[in-house]
Design a protein around this ligand. Structure first.
Ligand SMILES: [Mg+2]
Length: 325
């Protein structure tokens, strides 16, 4: 069973006798039976008990089986739950069609053969199981598509998607946004001296360090080889500088000792650009500015933070604001 609710079945029938037969037939399939003798009670039971399977009569007092099914199918949690309908054999074709149109998964005419009910229920459960597996796989694929393999951080693609949303919001709400680009100093030397396993280890450790120290709402991603990027929201340049200094000092004082290399010192150069600065700019421009500032940090001796100073409004750009390669 995929989850707890999958072992729970909701039996809806105004006949206690029919419910007893169903219970007996399916006692080896479902560990838990929830019962209701009319549609209204059944809706309440569905909401409270979250069963993973429903067997329902059509002709019942208060709310009948049709209305019960359409109510369930209109609920978020009720869209996928298998529903078997039961009905007397009068007008069975019409009832069957109505039931299927409302979202029933299967239909049985009373009186039914126990073996047939059992077989149909098992077949629906198999299908449900396959669907659950598919959903899980899709969720995993979606996660993998936006996750950096090595560090487990969001990747560049996820960064652009999220920042684009935030930037759109920011434009509407006059939000301030700071972009911090961080590059590990002399990373090539680490790889050359201690090997790529050591280099990967440093990247993983910095990723974990940044992830544990970033504040809620900040967007952190591995941007490229040895580059990390962080977006801070609602931040002016003073606060952004303070945050950048905090990250720089964190990396510098972190104990990177490892089985792959002796205790080594790792530092980062950081470039910072703050938005908005007079003119509206794109994310591309903001990152470009942060990159320039980061380069200035390198030139000035590394292990430092540089804030990009906008000398003039950045040139207007007519290309799409987001690149993602
Ligand atoms: Mg009935």
């Amino acid at each position: 069973m995929a989850d707890n609710s999958a072992g729970k079945v909701l039996l809806v029938d105004d006949s206690a006798q029919v419910r007893a037969v169903i219970r007996d037939t399916l006692k080896d399939v479902f560990p838990v039976f929830v019962e209701a003798d009319d549609g209204l009670t059944a809706i309440k039971a569905f909401v409270e008990e979250r069963p993973g399977f429903i067997i329902t009569d059509i002709e019942m007092p208060s709310i009948n089986g049709y209305r019960f099914i359409s109510t369930i199918r209109n609920m978020d949690d009720g869209r996928d739950v298998p529903i078997v309908m039961l009905s007397g054999n009068k007008d069975s074709l019409k009832k069957k069609l109505t039931g299927f149109n409302l979202g029933a998964s299967d239909f049985l005419i009373k009186p039914f053969e126990r073996e047939e009910l059992l077989a149909r229920v098992k077949s629906l459960l198999r299908m449900r199981h396959l669907m659950d597996e598919l959903k899980e796989k899709n969720a995993l694929l979606e996660k993998l598509a936006v996750t950096d393999d090595l560090t487990g951080l969001p990747n560049r693609r996820h960064f652009f998607e999220t920042v684009r949303e935030q930037l759109a919001l920011g434009l509407r709400h006059n939000l301030k946004l700071a972009c911090m680009l961080m590059d590990i100093d002399h990373f090539k030397a680490i790889n050359d001296t201690w090997g790529h396993v050591a280099g990967d280890d440093v990247l993983r450790k910095i990723g974990a360090l940044l992830a544990s120290c970033k504040r809620e709402g900040e967007i952190l991603a591995r941007f490229g080889g040895e580059e990390f990027i962080i977006c801070l929201f609602n931040t002016d340049s003073e606060n952004a500088l303070r945050a950048a200094e905090r990250f720089r000092a964190l990396v510098k004082t972190y104990d990177f000792s490892s089985v792959y290399y002796p205790s080594i010192k790792v530092t980062v150069s950081i470039g910072l650009a703050v938005y908005p600065q007079g003119a509206l700019i794109s994310i591309d421009d903001l990152i470009k500015a942060a990159d320039k500032a980061m380069y200035a940090s390198k030139v000035a001796g590394r292990d430092r933070v540089t804030l990009h100073e906008w000398s003039a409004p950045p040139p207007a750009t007519d290309k799409a604001p987001i690149i993602d390669k």
